[in-house]
Design a protein around this ligand. Structure first.
Ligand code: FDA
Length: 368
């Protein structure tokens, strides 16, 4: 008998399995996809590591997590500096002095602040009642119209006037000429891709991995193979949707290899106009400063989620949050099941947060 059955070979499951195995526990990992690594999976095409489930940039300010992950890969110096394409006009993100200079010709932070202040004042101090008003109250009309409105509408499939204001509580505005998207101290992309990280974590004599198997297709059996289960699948599915179905936003990716060296000159370009149907194009080689003859790009489309689709982003509105709380209560009552990861906890987590959470869970579990 195994000590743990880990359902899902994503980052959470892999960290848990690795740490438990190191402590002498026998672990079985099952994965319904035909590969390990969950959404951080990367696959080599044309000599380029292609991020199969969307762009993944590792960033953290937690030194212990940064040091932890270095055991499994060497990281390059990639700094995320996405750009926005609005009808062929190019702007730097996040909103910073480069963006403001391009928009208005302003040079100094004071000029930029004054411009934003003028544009915010169209709301005349009105309490924002929807996402449109919220965005204008934070950054003014020009940035909203060119860089937020249509992009957000494509992401959510609804007009900004119909979206709740809480979706954008904050909009990072930087009054320096700094295009680094993240504020974290550590940032980079693993040289050789992300899959090797999970591969190395699972490479242990105490770990057995089985791919292409869904926990729910043989649940009665899987519930008897180990003393405890670490479950990283969808929490509502675990309880057979007894309170209802939690909602997600989904994505569709279109990937193609192109017979040219450099397609867009940057890893991430967001399309912020309403006419372009996709939200962004990723050119994978720029994550690793690639010099290959060919390039690989992925167009990312936002899409309504229905049961059976790949669940990407939890919808943390009131309805779904209340539903999740019901499942959370049920989960708390399960003595021999640990719920973890983005699907098990119905929460968007960055990779560093998943690592931290899994390390915490395994430490608590093994009481060391
Ligand atoms: P993950 O979903 O990776 O793993 C769960 C695994 O369980 C999956 O492999 C699934 O197939 C399997 N599974 C589910 N149900 C099962 C069942 N019934 N039986 C068997 N197996 C089952 N983070 C970051 O730090 N920087 C970034 O740039 C990005 N970018 C990004 C882009 C996009 C588009 C998304 C959606 C997410 C990001 N992230 C990110 C977040 C990152 O993807 C996330 O932190 C980790 O992948 C979460 O790992 P988990 O193990 O929790 O889930």
């Amino acid at each position: 008998m195994f000590d743990y059955l880990v359902v899902g070979s994503g980052l959470y499951g892999a960290v848990f399995a690795h740490e438990a195995a190191k402590k002498g526990k026998k672990v079985k990992v099952i994965e319904k996809r035909n590969h390990i690594a969950g959404n951080i999976y990367t696959k080599e095409t044309e000599g380029i590591q292609v991020h199969q489930y969307g762009a993944h940039i590792f960033h953290t300010s937690d030194k212990s997590v940064w040091e932890y992950v270095q055991q499994f890969a060497e990281f390059n110096r990639y700094t995320n500096s996405p750009i926005a394409n609005y009808h062929g006009e190019i702007y730097n993100l996040p909103f910073n002095m480069n963006t403001f200079n391009k928009l208005w010709g302003v040079i100094t932070p004071d000029e930029a602040k004054q411009k934003i202040e003028e544009q915010r004042s169209v709301l005349k101090g009105k309490q924002p009642e929807n996402l449109e008003e919220q965005a204008i109250s934070l950054v003014g009309t020009d940035i909203y119209e060119k860089l937020i409105k249509s992009y957000t509408e494509k992401q959510w499939g609804r007009a900004c006037t119909e979206l709740p204001s809480f979706i954008i509580k904050r909009l990072p505005v930087r009054f320096t000429y700094d295009n680094n998207y993240f504020n974290d101290i550590y940032q980079g992309i693993p040289i050789g891709g992300y899959t090797q990280i999970v591969e190395k974590m699972l490479e242990h004599p105490n770990i057995e991995v089985e791919l292409n198997v869904d926990f729910f297709e043989n649940r009665a059996n899987y519930e008897t193979v180990a003393k405890k289960i670490v479950y990283t699948g969808m929490i509502d599915q675990y309880f057979d949707y007894e309170h209802g179905v939690l909602e997600y936003r989904s994505l569709r990716f279109e990937t193609e290899a192109l017979n040219q060296e450099n397609f867009q000159g940057n890893a991430v370009v967001n399309y912020t106009d309403g006419e372009t149907p996709y939200t962004r194009i990723i050119e994978h080689k720029h994550f690793e400063f690639g010099t290959q003859e060919k390039t690989v790009i992925t167009r990312e489309y936002s899409k309504e989620w229905k049961q059976g689709d790949e669940p990407y982003y939890p919808v943390n509105d009131q309805k779904n949050s209340e539903l999740y709380r019901k499942y959370y209560k049920l989960a708390q009552a399960q003595e021999n099941v640990i719920f973890g990861g983005r699907l098990g906890l119905y929460k968007y987590f960055d990779m560093h947060q998943v690592i931290k959470a899994a390390l915490h869970a395994v430490k608590k579990e093994l009481k060391d």
